[in-house]
Design a protein around this ligand. Structure first.
Ligand code: FAD
Length: 229
């Protein structure tokens, strides 16, 4: 399978939103939370990397990704060099980081591009009458708050959604939450123990929060996670 880049736009420093199409396919099917693997031969070596789908299914043969450019990384700089019309080798969606059935009130916690699968889930499942979802997003600076306007709009439109953000390196003018996502777990849980918690981002954050949640009495089944490194 190949993905063809339709368009891309920078949404934060070193973070880009990509829109791809899958030529020859009518409907690109996946479950929100899943990822695809992309491959390329770079310097004579085949390199493969996983990327979470950031869009909801039912977009015909289109899908979206949200990528961080790792300065000294092997694959992400290659992705940032793609131009509309360029194609990249890909494999069908996979992964088990999907909402438990039946869907329940849930808390999503992400750092950086770890927000991608949650954007997919929210766009697919958030509506009047859906379970309640809370998204806690942690980044360094205000300009790194990915899809900020979109999530703020979702929260305005739907009582079922709360959007919390925190900055680890805020400017003095920032009046919102400060520090790492771990510091705002209680706020996100709002005193509830009967919710599922989904964690996505780099290993250090995921491991830390899993430990805290287990100590707080959460059952293993209530915690799902995806580590990016
Ligand atoms: C299931 C899964 C889903 C993923 N989804 C996404 C996604 O939606 N968006 C995305 O940008 N990345 C995602 N990643 C990470 C991605 O696969 C690559 O690891 C990342 O693009 C770095 O690859 P690279 O070849 O450029 O860097 P490498 O040459 O492999 O260098 C790896 C370095 O990059 C760091 N790193 C890995 N991911 C990130 C990141 N997102 N931000 C900052 N540093 C990172 C690692 O800690 C390590 O130090 C996902 C990983 C997994 C396992």
């Amino acid at each position: 399978m190949r993905g063809r880049l339709v368009e891309s736009r920078d949404i934060a420093p070193s973070v880009r939103h990509f829109v791809f199409e899958v030529p020859g396919v009518d409907c690109f099917e996946f479950t929100p939370g899943q990822w695809i693997s992309l491959s390329a031969v770079l310097d004579g070596k085949e390199i493969t990397r996983a990327y979470s789908l950031a869009s909801e299914p039912a977009r015909g043969n289109h899908f979206e990704l949200c990528l961080n450019k790792v300065g000294d990384g092997h694959f992400s700089p290659y992705m940032f060099a793609l131009r509309p019309g360029d194609e990249v080798e890909m494999r069908a969606p996979m992964g088990t980081f999907v909402l438990r059935e039946p869907h329940r009130d849930s808390v999503f916690i992400a750092t950086g591009t770890g927000v991608a699968p949650f954007r997919s889930m929210l766009r697919a499942f958030l509506r009047e009458g859906s379970p309640h979802f809370t998204l806690l997003l942690g980044v360094r600076h205000e300009e790194d708050l990915l899809y900020r306007d979109e999530f703020a709009q979702m929260a305005l439109n739907t009582a079922q959604f709360r959007f919390l953000s925190t900055l680890s390196q805020p400017s003095p003018e920032w009046t919102g939450r400060r520090g790492r996502v771990q510091m705002h777990l209680e706020d996100a849980l709002a005193g509830r123990q009967d919710v599922d918690v989904y964690l996505c981002g780099l290993k250090a954050m995921v491991d830390d929060l899993r430990t805290i949640l287990k100590e707080r009495g959460f059952d293993r089944k209530q915690i799902r996670y995806e580590k990016y490194d």
